[in-house]
Design a protein around this ligand. Sequence first.
Ligand SMILES: Cc1cc2nc3c(=O)[nH]c(=O)nc-3n(C[C@H](O)[C@H](O)[C@H](O)COP(=O)(O)O)c2cc1C
Length: 180
Amino acid sequence: MEAKTCIKTRRSVRKYTDELVSKETVREIVELASYSPSWKNTQVIRYILVENEKLIAQIADEGLMNFPLNVKTVSRAKQLMIITKKDGISGYEKDGSFSTSKEENWEMFDAGIATQTFCLAAWEKGVGTVILGVFDDKKVGEIVGIPEGQTVAAIVVLGYPAFAPDMPPRKSVEDLLTFK
Ligand SMILES: Cc1cc2nc3c(=O)[nH]c(=O)nc-3n(C[C@H](O)[C@H](O)[C@H](O)COP(=O)(O)O)c2cc1C
């Protein structure tokens, strides 16, 4: 698939078929996501694939701040990618001070880049995704048992789309771009 087509046709998918994405395909997607740029090439983003039905149900029940749309999406999902960040590295100097006035924000910036790369790499293989931002990061981290010193940055639901969602409207280039 051409990069342009992949970028334009990727959609947030909230309903999937019962077919599981194979571990080999997930490995290939993460391998592609590893090419994402990161702060000083610190590569602090990690990926935890959750397929255990009980864990997914527990995340739906306790980890999503009871946000109905996400509870529905996760309750019927078979695979979740928990995207974590190693804390205190990206955007920090070696002595632990912040490198810039954006302070710790570069960590989530790196996570965002890696997550979008993951989603595009997935879509190139026909695998649909949706990024979930409404969740309780501490609770989800506890349920999944993420390593010490990491924080959950995003949940990405993945699978083969049950149908092709419509594209929500986009702003025009005129609205987005200014030349000076
Ligand atoms: C940071 C971020 C957080 C998001 N959080 C949620 C969420 O909690 N639940 C959800 O269903 N979609 C979520 N989305 C998906 C957006 O709603 C979606 O990307 C947007 O409506 C555009 O649709 P599209 O991805 O199909 O182009 C999130 C997307 C991003 C980038």
